[in-house]
Design a protein around this ligand. Sequence first.
Ligand code: ADP
Ligand code: MG
Ligand code: MG
Length: 889
Amino acid sequence: QKFVYDFTEGNKELKDLLGGKGANLAEMTNLGLPVPPGFIITTEACKVYLDSGHEPAELRDEVSAHLDALEQKMGKKLGQPDNPLLVSVRSGAKFSMPGMMDTVLNIGMSDASVAGLAAQAGDERFAWDSYRRLLQMFGKTVMGVDGELFEEALEEIKRAKGAESDLGLDAADLQQLVEEFKSIVLKEAGREFPQEPREQMDLAVRAVFDSWNTDRAKLYRRQERIPGDLGTAVNICSMVFGNLGPDSGTGVAFTRDPATGHQGVYGDYLQNAQGEDVVAGIRNTVPLADLEGLDKASYDQLMQIMTTLETHYKDLCDIEFTIERGHLWMLQTRVGKRTAAAAFRIATQLVDQGLIDEAEALQRVNGAQLAQLMFPRFEEDSKVTRLGWGIAASPGAAVGKAVFDSYTAVKWSRSGEKVILIRRETNPDDLNGMIAAEGILTSRGGKTSHAAVVARGMGKTCVCGAEELEVDTKRRRMTAPGGIVIEEGDVVSIDGSSGKVYLGEVPVVPSPVVEYFEGRMHAGADDADELVQAVHRIMAYADRVRRLRVRANADNAEDANRARRFGAQGIGLCRTEHMFLGERRELVERLILADTDSERDEALGALLPLQKADFIELFEAMDGLPVTVRLLDPPLHEFLPDITELSVRVALAESRKDANENDLRLLQAVHKLHEQNPMLGLRGVRLGLVIPGLFSMQVRAIAEAAAHRKDMKGDPRPEIMIPLVGTVQELEIVREEAEKVIAEVEAATGINLKLTLGTMIELPRAALTAGQIAEAAEFFSFGTNDLTQTVWGFSRDDVEASFFTAYLEKGIFGVSPFETIDRDGVGSLIRSACEAGRAARPGLKLGVCGEHGGDPESVHFFHEVGLDYVSCSPFRIPVARLEAGRAAA
Ligand code: ADP
Ligand code: MG
Ligand code: MG
């Protein structure tokens, strides 16, 4: 096993082994770009070190061999007194973890080599400046000295000299600073700064390895879901100097604007400085375009290199570069991060430039980005006051009055106020307040904090971990930087897509992307913005290649119409229980309370025309497309009054001796139907089997509605779906009854209805006996919400708010199984049920109607297992279309 690679030996595909930075330095070297020579210690070496506590035995010799070669190439030796070679020791993991790990520049500087470096460069000041920088960085990152102490010493000498910046210090000042830094190191670290160059290098390498496991690095990885065992590579790169005078400098650049995707010159440049100065913001940078006036030759070369990189990587790249006395050096590049809007624009721009094809364009965007673009947003202008900036935990734009406890949140929202619940962090007791609030703001916690997880689950706007904000729940106030105090009742606005928090009400504008999907903006129109055009094109690519169809979960004409505008190819789940609410509740109550057949038939008879009218509307909205109607699913007690409230009412009435007959009957029924575990009780097909006539009435309503639509020359395509089936016998009984009703309606109307009948697969037993069930079902629709509950034994309503945060933090799962399908457990059951079902009935139609139908990851899984369609809420349809396209491309 080889632990060290020269830059000339690597390439960009080797990110696992060489880290992103190393792999790309190697790639640029092999492209012939000006990269200072160097070599890379692999992530494998780091893993050995992290596992065992020491470097692999072979590492030392391998490093020596590569260092020798480097010294030969450069014609100088590391730290050699009269002609020193200096190097940087740089961290670089597979995934970029900006600012999380360490880098040390100017390794090789020592008391002995200052004079040599000064002679080499003909610049004494520069030599002392390089030395003090090494002491500072090495002292902090390798020897563990508090960086503030160096900063203070530097400030002190600047003050004494009346210097505005470090440029105002001369060689003697810097020499003095070097002495001070050395004594700080000795005092704080308890040992001298190591003068021996190779020892400096080895210690720095070890420090970089160690920086993989700092608390901040671990936290970052957890938030970004980067595995903890990848380790970092270490890049040893010969130094080039941007601090050699005004004809030197350092900068960062993007090949296009990461915010809009526009091509142009984007970046910052800092004259007479070393790389870390740009990030640290010690002096003000100038826009990259100004470099043209400062050093035209380097500027032109940089522009050319940027074009080379874009053409080569076929994507937006970001770049670090340094100019040493008019000579340009490339120090880093990578495919750059970008906003959601830029991702869509760049993907289509690159297609237009012929750099990528449509299939590749689909891989450059994702559903999460599209979802982000669909949220309404704040119109930020100069008038708004920003209070702080936290973690964008759950997207959306929310405005409301500040409240600092759940009780007030609930109370105020009941009286019609919009509120933002502000807490340091939330816990399960805050659930009611979170539900009542427009949005949630916390000053502590990351993307997996309780607030973040629960808010995302509810689709509620949330900004968390806004640490600049001081939340004082006792005094019901929050203090923002600059001393702005927000009292209970003051209006704040929070943006869950950017993490920004504003004072007062910031106006909200609808997303242009939604305007486009709604058909209120046309991609071809002159004033359609570039983003809408890009989305339009990407959606067209996705629709062209996807195999999965996308349907909507909808149970009224309004939702159905929206779904159609958003591209739905039918309804995958119409929940009939939603049609039993409101004033119809009373009819359901009568049905439940019926003592005799005639009472029951009467109640059913009253419900029939209402159901029928609902279906007519729905079939009309979805004319020509399939509509899957699920027969009544929830337990009956959901239609009856709450047991406690009713008991109290009856008890009070009895004490007044005016108990009402109906209430008494109701209470009896409520008691009879009360269940410990309603989720596992009398619901779904079980209801249909014990309440005679219920399912028949629903089937009749569907059949008559279809007949009516046909009569009106429509094209209704209903599919009748039976919920919560566990065994084929249940389905067979319902089927027989349904077929009889359908035949009756066909005979009465003389219309051939061609209705199909299928079942949900949402119990483990159904999945395990899918082959048998398929004998009686023309389609399966996986109800992944219930299936996840029953496979895991989780009651969703209970577990999400109680222990899921702890599970996520412990890494038991990376994401809630209710959000993304659990491939190994629930997923494997789905996979085998598909196989068994299709084996028993070739051509069996397969779909999914749980919330997972609109989840990007899950859509890929459903594509893989060969479902025919996914069904999701109307707003998720574009996301599902896009992801189905990405899965197929
Ligand atoms: P980060 O990953 O935090 O950006 P880097 O390893 O890229 O850390 O280095 C920090 C800064 O030092 C960057 O600005 C980089 O360009 C600069 N730098 C790194 N190596 C050298 C070198 N050999 N010569 C000059 N500048 C360097
Ligand atoms: Mg860098
Ligand atoms: Mg269900």
